[in-house]
Design a protein around this ligand. Structure first.
Ligand code: GYE
Length: 307
């Protein structure tokens, strides 16, 4: 009797089962939840064994997770580094163990780029520039100072560093655009609200809020409304990410402009992992495609928004 063919068709040589160790930043934002889901779904789809670890926004937890992946001899390690600095030692350990490392979402500042295969993620400097360009255009005819407050992401993280510098680089073209206060809100709603409350207390005349992500903007909106002001009108708001809740607020006119940052990195990541395992060449930098949304554009895009 003939045997049933193998599930994979049986013609090709058995594909090696891949184990991927992934260390995630945490669960701080809507962006992060969408990113986690994308990675988990795509790993499943690809048939990989995923060892997933949540670092709760702490570098020490990530370093522990990476060491545990090394000990378990996973095939590939991937992680989204919570901050940029301080990775050389553990990355050298992975290299010594012969385990390739793929960075996703956030970058590291290691000088030795042989410590990882590639960095897959957004160009955060460009995101900051896009925010600055929109603002500069809005206030191009300003004859008085425009007071801007900034809610930074997690201190020392690539998106906080880069979104700040890209924005600053562009707005310095107009001397009326002044950042009068800038503080971290750690990418969370709760902190965004708390810091915005403090900003409102300390500054009489805030014209613009630039938040490094939607969640902080959403927290800040609560503080602005509680102070009896209208978000989007009394204080113009720019944020980054374009997750559903942010797009909702934008469609209601509470956020004026959102720079998109795509969290759906899973499919591209699994492809990179496969190529690395197969010994195929991989680009040293893979940048994700992104756009921007005004309130009107957010209203149009909202019904089909996946995350
Ligand atoms: O913008 C923010 C999240 O690293 C791009 O992290 C990511 C950022 C994202 O907490 O919402």
């Amino acid at each position: 009797a003939t045997k049933a063919p193998a599930a994979n068709g049986g013609t090709k040589t058995e594909a090696k089962e891949i184990t991927l160790g992934f260390s995630q930043v945490g669960a701080e934002s809507g962006w992060r939840s969408a990113n986690t889901k994308s990675i988990q779904d795509s790993a499943k789809e690809a048939g990989y064994t995923l060892k997933f670890s949540d670092a709760q926004q702490k570098q020490e937890n990530q370093i522990k997770a990476l060491r545990s992946f090394i000990q378990q001899k996973v095939d590939v390690i991937s992680f989204s580094p919570v901050v940029e600095s301080g990775w050389d030692t553990v990355l050298k350990e992975a290299k010594a163990a012969g385990i390739p490392v793929v960075l996703t979402d956030r970058a590291v500042d290691s000088k030795d780029t042989s410590l990882y295969v590639t960095f897959l993620g957004s160009d955060f400097v460009e995101e900051g520039r896009k925010a600055g360009e929109w603002l500069s255009e809005q206030y191009k005819d300003a004859s008085e100072d425009v007071n801007i407050v900034e809610l930074q992401g997690t201190t020392g993280s690539a998106p906080a560093n880069d979104r700040m510098s890209g924005f600053a680089e562009v707005i310095k073209g107009n001397p009326h655009l002044k950042v009068i206060a800038s503080q971290t809100g750690d990418f969370t709603r709760a902190k965004g609200k708390e810091v915005m409350q403090a900003f409102l207390k300390a500054n009489k005349d805030i014209d613009v809020l630039y938040a490094h992500n939607d969640d902080m903007a959403l927290g800040a909106i609560q503080a602005i409304e509680a102070a009896g002001l209208k978000p989007g009108e009394d204080i113009k708001i720019i944020s980054v990410d374009a997750v559903k809740d942010g797009m909702q607020a934008a469609s209601e006119g509470k956020i004026n402009f959102i720079v998109e940052c795509n969290p759906l990195l899973g499919p591209q990541l699994m492809q990179v992992v496969q190529d690395v395992v197969d010994g195929k060449p991989v680009e040293a930098r893979i940048v994700t495609e992104e756009s921007t949304f005004t309130s009107e554009q957010a209203k149009e895009a909202l019904p089909s928004r996946q995350y």
